[in-house]
Structures are given as C-alpha cells and as structure tokens.
Ligand binder design. Structure first.
Ligand code: TXA
Ligand code: MG
Length: 318
C-alpha cells in the first residue's frame, strides 16, 4: 500500500533540529502533547500565527494557547498571581491551561491573543514537546491540530487526516496519553473553569482551597471551546440514547451492555479516564468506517464524565 504519510517524522535528534528550523522560519509543525496534538508556530511571530488561523479556518476572535517549557522568561509575557504559582507547582508540566493577565510589554503576537489583555499559557508534559521547547528561544502558539469545530487529533495520523500535507512536518510522539484537551482555568478574577479536563475542579480546590466557579454560558466568549458546534466528527451525534439509529454506530460505556458490530465500548471497566482517552479515537474510527451517525449511551456526570459530556454536548449541537 502506498505510504501517504510522508510528512510524519520520528522525533529523533535530527528531526527535532529540523522542527526547530521550521519554527524559527515561522512555519508550522504538528506537535505531540500529552493531551492532544497541537498545530504549533512561533508565538512571537504574527506571520506564523496568521498561518495557524488560516490553516485551521479559525475565527480570528478565538485566541490561542501559548506553550512554555517552564516559568523562565514567562514573566515578560504574563502577570503571575498566587493561585497560578500554587497550581503550577502542583500540576505542571501537565494538562492545565491558565488564563492570566497579559504583561503589556509582552512580545507574544497580538494576533495569537486575539487582541485580548489576557493570555492562555500551558506547560505540556510530553517529552517531545518539552525537548523542542528547550531547543527553542521562543514559546509556541498551538491550538489543537484539527480544522476549526472538528475533533482534536490524538495521534500523528489524525493530524494528517485533518490537515493532510498543508504542513510539511508532523512530529510523531505516539498516541496522546490523555486524549482530551487540557483543563482551562481563568485566574484573572475568581478562579473559573472555562473548559473541563482531566484536572477536575475538585483537584484544583484541593490545592487552592477556594471555591472554583464553572463557566456555563459565555457572554463575550471567554473561551471558545464555547462556539456552538465543536469537537464534531462530521456526522450527527446523539447523546443519552439506548440504541443506535439506522445505519449508525453506538458508543457504549461499562460492563453489562449487549454488543454488536456497530457497538463501540469506551471502557468495559467503567473507567471514565479510559473512556475520555478513547472518545476522540473512537469517534474518528466510526467516521472512517462510514457510519452515518453516532448515538451515545448515558455517560455518568462524575469526574471526567463531566468533561466527556461537555464535549458530546457540543459535538451534538444542531
Ligand atoms: O490540550 C490543549 O489545551 C491543546 C494542546 C495542543 O495544548 N490545545 C488546545 O487548543 O486545545 P485550542 O486552541 O483547541 O483550545 C484553546 C482554547 C480555546 O477554546 C480558546 O478560546 C481558549 O483556549 N483561550 C485561549 N486564549 C484565551 C483567553 N485569553 N481567554 C479565554 N480563553 C482563551
Ligand atoms: Mg481545539
């Protein structure tokens, strides 16, 4: 069979150097992280950042997450506060994104921040992302590597399926361990979760000992995982169902459920972490198998189940 994945590269020393060159020349690369793959470019360069928006067809009002290796140099870009420092110590590097006030002297592209006075920052844990960041003198602007409103990518081939060879270089860091985007917490006022993820409100509460708010609806899009249709596999998704539709697939969860060829179990062990990890992979697989729709059984609203249901709600928006 013909190898179509010609822009996917192993993350050896030689290719990491090549990735560095791509970034320094304001080109984009596919970057593995422990949550999902990113479409990464030089965060200081308007030119690189504009390429990200154009390629993804992303609305220019939707700001990007800026990825750093550690706290060094970040002071020039963001204004720290005590909650940030506590959460950083507890969870970073790891799957959490902080919204902080932007330092007015910051060199981060204004296009990346969509002209806002705030900045989203994250310290990815994946060893390939960390290695590349350590080779670079610039932070990386990186949204999830998918077309706007579509499903995030959890392996290098998914990135190719989304954006084909519109970028020249995708680093292959294996399957993303978590498989769901980072938790986003806004720390510019009362601590408020804008997007749920594996770091739950409870875990955050245990660190900062203060009530954590949850943003339900958006006024002026604080975090546009809040645009309506999102995380979409490109076929209709129906939540809280007991059976599939005609010609459709059925996503199930847990032990005692009967199964069939078109049934896909997110976790036979009733494990919500495993289910979250399998969600995008399973939806992509169902789409590839040419089913016409996806019905999903009720997923418990506990722990990561909340994050799964948030994504499904947006994927099923009509
Ligand atoms: O796990 C992740 O966070 C992945 C990996 C690649 O790091 N990235 C990711 O990026 O999910 P993206 O662009 O798909 O989602 C970023 C979200 C968007 O909903 C965006 O609106 C929000 O972060 N965001 C960025 N800057 C913001 C800001 N200043 N205020 C509020 N929300 C912001
Ligand atoms: Mg995204």
């Amino acid at each position: 069979m013909k190898n179509i994945y010609l822009n996917i590269y192993k993350p050896n020393f030689f290719n990491l150097k090549k990735a560095k060159d791509y970034i320094q020349n304001n080109n984009l690369i596919g970057l593995p992280t422990e949550t999902v793959y990113g479409l990464a470019g030089n965060a200081y360069s308007d030119r690189a950042v504009k390429k990200i928006f154009n390629l993804k067809k992303r609305p220019s009002a939707n700001p990007l997450i800026i990825h750093f290796n550690n706290l060094k140099n970040l002071k020039n870009d963001a204004i720290f506060n005590k909650y940030f420092l506590k959460l950083y110590k507890a969870f970073c590097p790891g799957p959490i994104t902080f919204i902080l006030k932007l330092n007015p002297n910051s060199r981060i592209s204004k296009v990346a921040c969509a002209g806002k006075k705030t900045i989203a920052i994250r310290f990815p844990k994946h060893r390939v992302a960390r290695k590349l960041l350590s080779l670079l003198k610039v932070p990386l602007a990186a949204p999830s590597a998918n077309m706007s409103s579509k499903l995030s990518s959890t392996c290098a081939k998914d990135v190719f399926d989304e954006i084909e060879n519109k970028i020249k270089f995708i680093l292959d860091g294996g399957r993303s361990k978590i498989g769901l985007e980072s938790t986003i917490i806004d720390l510019t006022g009362k601590p408020t979760i804008l997007r749920r993820g594996i770091i739950t409100p409870k875990k955050i509460y245990e660190i900062i000992g203060k009530k954590i708010f949850l943003r339900k609806k958006t006024k002026n899009i604080k975090s546009p995982g809040q645009f309506k249709l999102h995380y979409s596999p490109g076929i209709p998704v129906y939540m809280n169902k007991n059976k599939p539709k005609k010609g459709g697939a059925f996503i199930i969860f847990g032990k005692k459920i009967k199964s069939g060829k078109n049934y896909f179990n997110l976790s036979k062990n009733n494990n919500l972490d495993e289910a979250a990890n399998n969600l995008y992979k399973t939806m992509r697989n169902i789409k590839k198998l040419k089913y016409k729709s996806i019905s999903v059984c009720k997923i418990p609203n506990l722990g990561l189940g909340n994050a799964i249901n948030d994504r499904l709600k947006k994927a099923s928006y009509k």
